[in-house]
Design a binder for this molecule. Sequence first.
Ligand SMILES: [Zn+2]
Length: 305
Amino acid sequence: MAKIALKVDVDTLRGTQEGVPNLARTFEHFDLKATFLFSMGPDHTGWALKRVFRPGFLKKVSRTSVIEHYGIKTLLYGVLLPGPDIGKLAAKEMRAIDQAGHETGIHTWDHVAWQDAVHHKDASWTKAQMQKSWDRFIEIFGHPPATYGAAGWQMNEVAFEQLDRWGIQYSSDGRAKPNLVPYRLALGSGNTKHVQYPTTLPTFDELIGVDGADAFSAVSKLLEITQSNPNDQVFTLHAELEGQKLLPAFERLLGAWLNQGHELVTMGQLHQSWEATKQLNKIAVLPMTWGAIPNRSGELIIQDF
Ligand SMILES: [Zn+2]
């Protein structure tokens, strides 16, 4: 039975306080566990909203969609209002996810700063951002993160090396086609110890608005990809989207995936299953590669597009 890992990226304060508890209720209803990756520091969404989600997507979901999805306050963070500190204001919501038995890890310190800059930033900037997220994670949860997933699928060599220094065993920092092939990275300093499990399925915001697709057409498209597909997959969802306005469509997707016979798991469970079958001994070692993927702007860490 093929596994689909559910990776929840949490980008904003509102997503952490509202989308995350909504998703926790949905997962409880389906008796599922997921991997939640948190933004630990300031919410600067207002700086660069359009770069987080494709403008065409926001136009499509509804006429007033930007405000509906984010709330007017979120759009002003970093512009007219100071960016609120997510880890300080939403520690309770984060800990509740841990206590409910979900897997928790780091998404980023400052999402907008990281996504816009890390590709070209030096070692000291990269390490400082990551260290802040690590310290805050320990402060909130009282234990190290199980895993990591890069904001905006943006990384650099130093960031990948830092995951090994932290002792992270498995991480999901890039994108690949719908056929999960875990890999290690060949960096200038050698091969990474940790294993990369890239996101293999398109995200809701990459499907909605393309050829007129709404959220439920996006669900159909995802189901077409996974129907009779024996490959494991990693699916990334967003607390701000599937945890809020797109929750009904996401619930339909979860039910349909279970009906297709897929096992919905955390990133940790996915990693354990690959470890258990010893397939990790012979996995690919690939260079760090940048490239574009359909319906998302800019270059990302990719495996094989
Ligand atoms: Zn994100």
